[in-house]
Ligand binder design. Sequence first.
Ligand SMILES: C[C@H](O)[C@H](O)[C@H]1CNC2=NC(N)=NC(=O)C2=N1
Length: 179
Amino acid sequence: MTRLLQKVPLASVFQSFTGTHGRSGSRVFEMVRNNVVVGLSSGRKSVSGFRTFCTGKDLSIKKCVSCDSKDMRPMTEQAANELITKVDGWNLVREGDALRLKRSWKVKTFMKGLEMFKLVADLAEAEGHHPDLHLVGWNNVTVEIWTHAVGGLTENDFILAAKINGISMQHLLRRKATN
Ligand SMILES: C[C@H](O)[C@H](O)[C@H]1CNC2=NC(N)=NC(=O)C2=N1
C-alpha cells in the first residue's frame, strides 16, 4: 500500500478497513497505521500513532488569547518555519532580532486600501490582537503581525494571519497583470 496523504476523517479511514461494525482486526489496524498518513485537524500525535498536523483551516477557527499572560514567550524560528506553511501568502521576516509575519497586496484605489484596513481592523478588535498596517504609494498595502508583548511571534500572530486570509477582499484588489 503506497503511503497516502489524505484529508479524511479518521473514522472513515477505519470504516473503510473494518466495515460498519467497527471491528478492527489487528492486522488491518497495523496496515492502516503503518501506511496511511491521515491529515487530521490536530497538531499532536494521536494515541493511534497517526502522524497528524494542523492546517491553515485549524488556525483560522482558533481564538487569539490575551497577550498579557506572564508565561507567554516568543516561539522559536523552527516553530515559526513550520507554521508559516499554514498561512498562504505570508512571509517570515526578521526585524532586528524579532521575527514578524508580513504580507502585501496591491489595491485598486487608495480608498479601497482604507476599506481593507477597516476589514482587518474589525477582525483585530474582535480577536484582541492587532497588526501593523501600512498603505504606501497610494495602492500598496502591507500588513505586519507580531506579538508586541513578547517582542516576537506567538500562535496569536498566525491565527490572525489565517483569519485575515479568510476575509473576502477580492473586490478591493487590483487584478494581477496577466502576461
Ligand atoms: C491585553 C491584550 O492582550 C493586549 O493589550 C494586546 C492588544 N493587542 C496586541 N496585539 C499585538 N500584535 N501584540 C500584543 O502584544 C497585543 N497586546
